[in-house]
Design a protein around this ligand. Structure first.
Ligand SMILES: Cc1cc2nc3c(=O)[nH]c(=O)nc-3n(C[C@H](O)[C@H](O)[C@H](O)COP(=O)(O)OP(=O)(O)OC[C@H]3O[C@@H](n4cnc5c(N)ncnc54)[C@H](O)[C@@H]3O)c2cc1C
Length: 401
């Protein structure tokens, strides 16, 4: 537990946003304390990008984010771009590469391990004189007469009263509770009458309705490129059939747009026009299934054609042709739910950005209180966008706290 009882800046949450904010505040000479209730800091950084942290994306704009207030993120991105973060990465000689085995471009990953990014942030915090305290719980947050806040910090060995001029909430969203996620930020916002928009899991696998899933069980583990659409958005990426439904990059992306009343439509042959292929294939005697199996997984073809006779392409009636084409190009699976916060990469919704300054990240109605990162109602697509939001919001806030 820190000996000092007065700080200029206390940051709750030692994740991507909190650490970036701490570095900037510390560099300005602010006495900065970051606390985290988890046993280790930056756990999501460590587990991100399959252990290689997709730490940013070369092509970031507001269109890559979901928010009730879609312009909110623009100011931060204009001031702190992916190239600013890359300068930091280069300064620490961290090897990285752009992902190439995906339709999506611009995704930058660590060449070696996510820990490189966390170690970089720790080193920057250390040289900026920031105090970091894990295993620490924060409670009793109250405004002080004359400005600032007082709060209680508790760890295994002590309970202390701390005072701070600025209080920054960087406690993230609800995704992956076993990694330390909590509703702390939303509760604190409510305590100060700052509105919080409904939350739901994003970048998450989808469950299909039970009978559909039963009929697809044999496809579990199979992956193919698809185009998936929902609510006016379309993503073209790989989809994976799982034992509960569907997942993979295309599905994670669209999951952030899916809601019960908004149906999903999947084009299983996004790179082909089946009606044109059909005309070509009707010139020979080969079975339709044989032709289709040359351009997509045979297991899927067989299942998809199960309800139809197994015929040479030319022998199907017009009605059957159109039903088959529809089934491949416009599959509308019945989604029953998402996999939930236990596997979701992000939380949609959160602290209402209409109540927050897009320049300073200060709450409009509470002097000295700031919200940054995922706790806010700004959620990025898959592909390094969420970390870029954490870096940019943390950096901007760190200039003013
Ligand atoms: C499996 C997985 C992989 C991901 N991969 C990527 C990726 O490759 N690229 C990308 O851009 N995004 C990725 N994301 C999303 C990204 O990790 C988050 O958007 C980002 O970490 C949000 O940063 P943050 O600092 O706002 O919150 P977090 O990183 O969640 O940090 C919040 C911190 O606050 C702490 N905390 C919470 N409650 C309290 C409390 N009551 N008291 C004290 N401390 C508290 C938590 O322990 C945590 O350390 C991934 C997410 C997951 C779950």
């Amino acid at each position: 537990m820190p000996k000092r009882l007065e700080f200029d800046v206390v940051i709750i949450g030692a994740g991507a946003a909190g650490l970036m904010c701490a570095i900037e505040a510390g560099k300005r000479g602010r006495r900065t304390l970051v606390i985290d209730h988890a046993n280790k800091i930056g756990k999501k950084i460590l587990m991100s990008g399959g252990g290689r942290c997709n730490f940013t994306n070369l092509d970031v704009s507001a269109t890559n984010y979901l928010s009730n207030n879609p312009h909110f993120c623009k100011s931060a991105f204009a001031r702190y771009s992916p190239f600013h973060f890359l300068e930091l990465v280069d300064k620490h000689n961290i090897p990285y590469r752009e992902k190439t085995d995906s339709i999506a471009t611009g995704q930058l990953f660590c060449e070696q391990k996510s820990a490189d990014i966390l170690n970089m942030l720790k080193a920057e915090c250390s040289s900026a004189g920031v105090t970091i305290q894990s295993h620490t719980h924060c409670s009793n947050i109250r405004k002080r007469d004359g400005g600032g806040f007082k709060l209680s910090l508790e760890n295994a060995s002590s309970l202390q009263q701390i005072q701070t001029h600025s209080l920054v909430i960087a406690s993230g969203g609800l995704s992956i509770p076993r990694m330390g996620a909590s509703n702390f930020g939303y509760q604190l916002a409510a305590q100060f009458n700052i509105p919080v928009l409904n939350t739901r899991p994003g970048l998450v696998g989808l469950h299909l309705n039970e009978s559909l899933q039963g009929s697809l069980a044999s496809l579990s583990g199979l992956s193919l490129d698809v185009s998936v659409s929902c609510d006016g958005m379309t993503f073209s990426e790989a989809m994976l059939f799982t034992h509960k439904g569907i997942s993979g990059p295309a599905i994670l992306q669209i999951s952030s747009y899916w809601q019960a009343e908004k149906p999903l439509e999947i084009n299983l042959l996004p790179n082909y026009e089946l009606s044109l292929l059909w005309e070509k294939w009707r010139l020979d005697n080969a079975l339709l299934a044989t032709h289709l199996s040359k351009i997509m997984p045979r297991r899927l073809v067989e299942l998809w054609l199960q309800e139809f006779d197994n015929l040479p392409t030319r022998q199907y009636s017009k009605l059957q042709q159109s039903a088959i084409i529809n089934k491949f190009h416009h599959w509308q699976p019945k989604v029953s739910n998402t996999d939930g916060y236990k596997t979701a990469e992000v939380t949609l919704g959160g602290v209402d950005t209409n109540a927050i300054s897009s320049k300073t990240f200060a709450a409009n109605s509470v002097a000295g209180l700031y919200f940054i990162g995922e706790v806010l109602d700004v959620t990025g697509w898959l592909g390094g966008y969420n970390f870029q939001w954490a870096w940019a919001s943390g950096w901007c806030c760190g200039q003013v706290v």
